[in-house]
Design a protein around this ligand. Structure first.
Ligand code: AHG
Ligand code: MN
Ligand code: MN
Length: 331
């Protein structure tokens, strides 16, 4: 039996919504195109001298890798003149990027992305990812503005990621209550095929995933929480420690095997490292739609109200019991 392709799946889902215009379907198709283009670029980067740094420091204060920049340009290009997308926001860009062709100026969708996540893994051939979030703006009567992007995660109309590992996997959810589905890329024909239908986050197993070298920068409750996972004192017993340095890879493992990923606040950066709008919020949406949970340690991640485009937030995401245990321990 031939598995459905991603595009077939998107179209089938669209038909379940009588009022659908097909615009969101085309946005998801473009995201899959960008993912395939980035996947191909990663494959050959070593030959093409595309590893290493650009010499630029971005708005995050991080040194931009050549592939960060290439991935960013790819994700911007696929939305040019699509018409339904008025503007995009990228981890790599200080400001939003509005498209200036007439049709796009009245586009109702906004796409936000981390074009290449886990950039520290580029030169060592580690797993990498791209994370995306799709929002609708309230009104198309005025030019799009950065404040249109400052929306809580609950408002996302679609969210997901592409994981560039041994295989390239596209995982997304759309609509109010859409399931989470995963698709694997057949490179020989450039198609994504459904391999992980209706993903559910397991409870009671999996690993705990945190950069333990930050321990000296955690508050006492966070230190005790992580120690309880490390020593098997957490309610669901002993866990393996796993940490790849790429959020998408650590999240995907947590989504499929259960457990918890934590990036807590630090004494020198109380809101932590991860960005809300294009890292934590889309993954929180996926986690909840798969039966898991996500919090900043106090507040449910999808209810946070960002006040700036590159706002950071602590992230505790994974199996519902693990996240609830973490939030309880941090009270
Ligand atoms: P990015 O490469 O997009 O900047 O994201 C890197 C993030 C995330 O992928 C990962 O979980 C985290 O940085 C790792 O941070 P530490 O090296 O501080 O653990
Ligand atoms: Mn990232
Ligand atoms: Mn990035």
């Amino acid at each position: 039996m031939t598995r459905p392709t991603l595009i077939e799946h998107i179209r089938t889902t669209e038909r379940l919504h009588p009022g659908a215009t097909g615009e969101l379907s085309r946005i998801l198709a473009r995201l899959s195109l960008a993912g395939r283009m980035v996947a191909q670029r990663l494959l050959n980067a070593g030959f093409l001298g595309e590893h290493g740094e650009t010499g630029i420091v971005n708005v995050q204060g991080e040194r931009v890798q050549k592939l960060d920049e290439l991935a960013d340009h790819t994700f911007v290009r696929v939305f040019e003149s699509l018409g339904s997308v008025c503007a995009v926001a990228s981890e790599e860009r200080a400001k939003i990027h509005a498209f200036d062709d007439d049709e796009s100026q009245s586009g109702k969708y906004m796409v936000l992305f981390d074009p290449l996540d886990g950039s520290g893994n580029i030169d060592i051939n580690g797993s990498l990812g791209s994370i995306f979030s799709v929002h609708q703006r309230e009104s198309i009567d005025t030019p799009v503005h950065e404040r249109d992007f400052l929306k809580r995660g609950d408002a996302q109309v679609a969210a997901g990621y592409i994981l560039y590992g041994p295989a390239t996997v596209f995982v997304y959810t759309a609509g109010e209550d859409g399931p989470v589905n995963g698709f694997t890329l057949d490179r020989s024909i450039g198609e994504f095929f459904l391999t992980h239908p209706d993903i559910r986050m397991p409870e009671g197993g999996g690993s705990y995933s945190v950069n333990e070298s930050n321990e000296s920068k955690w508050d006492d409750k966070t230190k005790e929480l992580v120690a309880s996972f490390r020593q098997g004192r957490a309610p669901v017993g002993k866990r393996a420690a796993r940490y790849t340095g790429a959020l998408v890879a650590d999240f995907h493992r947590t989504l499929l095997q259960g457990g918890i990923f934590l990036y807590p606040g630090l004494t020198d950066r109380p809101r932590g490292k991860l960005r809300y709008l294009y890292e934590a919020a889309p993954l929180a949406k996926i986690a909840e739609r798969a039966g898991g949970a996500a919090s900043d340690g106090q507040v449910r991640s999808l209810e946070l109200d960002p006040t700036e485009l590159h706002e950071r937030c602590p992230l505790f995401v994974g199996s519902r019991a693990d996240v609830e245990y973490a939030v309880e321990s941090l009270r």
